[in-house]
Write a protein that binds this ligand. Structure first.
Ligand SMILES: Cc1cc2nc3c(=O)[nH]c(=O)nc-3n(C[C@H](O)[C@H](O)[C@H](O)COP(=O)(O)OP(=O)(O)OC[C@H]3O[C@@H](n4cnc5c(N)ncnc54)[C@H](O)[C@@H]3O)c2cc1C
Length: 338
């Protein structure tokens, strides 16, 4: 029997009733069909899920499918079609090594290529949706292959059509369009610009950008490492809330506010948590707020899923009490309520 704590970066979670690891598209579809009407949980790297201590009463399908196809045009760039089970950061590193540019700021994000479109992964000013042209999926409802164009994916901040229809679409392959080049996309994140010694909006060499991003991530415990308990997390536990201008005006001036083009305002969940009274290093049982990044809830050693959920509840309730804003989990909760 597979214990899900062995397959998640939080290292918590009980047993799966059934666990299968699948390496090809045909195996993925066969495993889904074999499960019939019983519950299915698709996982890749397990770096964005919190699974209950009681485990999962159904079939866990771990996608481990590997494939890469490249069509390179010497002038414009490359179209790369990548299997869902490929490791995201290995793919990023490969594109940069082969002379392509674009994915450098997304270096070091853990997990698989197939999960990347689900929450439209992003970091340091860029999101994966800027590079995705197509997502090939298996539609569990229609029992058929369905390919989505970029606009059909309805990408937004940490969201997509797939996330809005949980469990329906299983990503089989993702197609990316990236350009040939040695200069990064514009650096739009102040902390990264400072580290690289460039102005906001400037470009930097892709290799140096990757190194800078990896260093910044490591300094925040946002780079997976067996030795660094601060990285035994699922990344940012909550999304940054998007609120109306009126609600934003009611917050103290010190609260970081990022105006969006639709007139709403994105605010920092980390700032809200810290200013509601929770701090780096706060603990519940074996769960601890990262000592480096207040938005990451971690397993300090021996944590249960209940400990992590309790810590999350505490943060969410304090923010609600102090600021009237409800934090929403970015992490996918499996049998856990907060
Ligand atoms: C230390 C750390 C740092 C992180 N930093 C970032 C960051 O900077 N930016 C960011 O956006 N995220 C970040 N994350 C979150 C995580 O890396 C991403 O969400 C990643 O895409 C998850 O990939 P995964 O393969 O581990 O997905 P899993 O955790 O296995 O699954 C996540 C969700 O996607 C679904 N899923 C997985 N694969 C498929 C598939 N093939 N088809 C359909 N559904 C699927 C699962 O059912 C689940 O709902 C971080 C996580 C950690 C631990």
């Amino acid at each position: 029997m597979a214990d899900l704590r062995d397959y998640t970066s939080l290292r918590v979670g009980g047993p799966a009733k059934k666990f299968v690891e699948v390496g090809t598209e045909a195996e993925i579809i066969a495993a889904i069909e074999a499960a019939g009407d019983t519950p299915i949980l698709i996982i890749g790297g397990g770096t964005n899920i919190l699974v209950a201590d009681s485990g999962f009463e159904g079939t866990v399908i771990r996608i481990n499918s590997h494939s890469m196809q490249a069509e390179v045009d010497a002038c414009s760039g490359a179209t790369l079609t990548i299997g869902a089970g490929e490791n995201w950061d290995e793919f990023v590193a490969l594109t940069l090594d082969r002379g392509f540019a674009g994915l450098e700021t997304l270096s070091g994000i853990p997990g698989t290529v197939g999960a990347a479109p689900i929450q439209n992964i992003g970091a340091y000013g860029h999101e994966v949706s800027e590079f995705i042209t197509r997502v090939r999926t298996y539609d569990r409802q229609e029992k058929a292959i369905k390919t989505f164009t970029n606009s059909e994916c309805e990408f937004s901040y940490r969201n997509s059509y797939f996330k809005a229809h949980p469990g329906r679409y299983v990503v089989l392959e993702v197609q990316f369009q990236i350009r040939i080049g040695e200069e990064s996309d514009p650096i739009t994140y102040l902390e990264l610009a400072r580290k690289l010694g460039v102005q906001l909006g400037d470009h930097a060499p892709v290799a140096a950008t990757r190194v800078a991003v990896l260093e910044l991530r490591a300094s925040k415990g946002m780079l997976l490492s067996a030795e660094d308990h601060d990285s035994w997390s699922a990344g940012s536990f909550f999304t940054n809330p998007i609120i109306s201008q009126q609600e934003a005006d009611a917050l103290p001036d010190a609260a970081p506010k990022w105006p969006l083009i639709d007139g709403r305002v994105k605010i920092s969940a980390a700032w809200l948590i810290e200013n509601a009274g929770m701090h780096k290093g706060d603990e519940v049982g074996g769960a601890r707020i990262s000592t480096k990044h207040v938005l990451a809830l971690t397993n300090a050693g021996g944590a249960t899923a209940s400990d992590i959920a309790e810590l999350a509840k505490r943060a969410r309730d304090l923010v609600k009490e102090k600021f009237g804003i409800t934090l929403v989990a970015e992490v996918n909760l499996v049998g856990v309520e907060i």
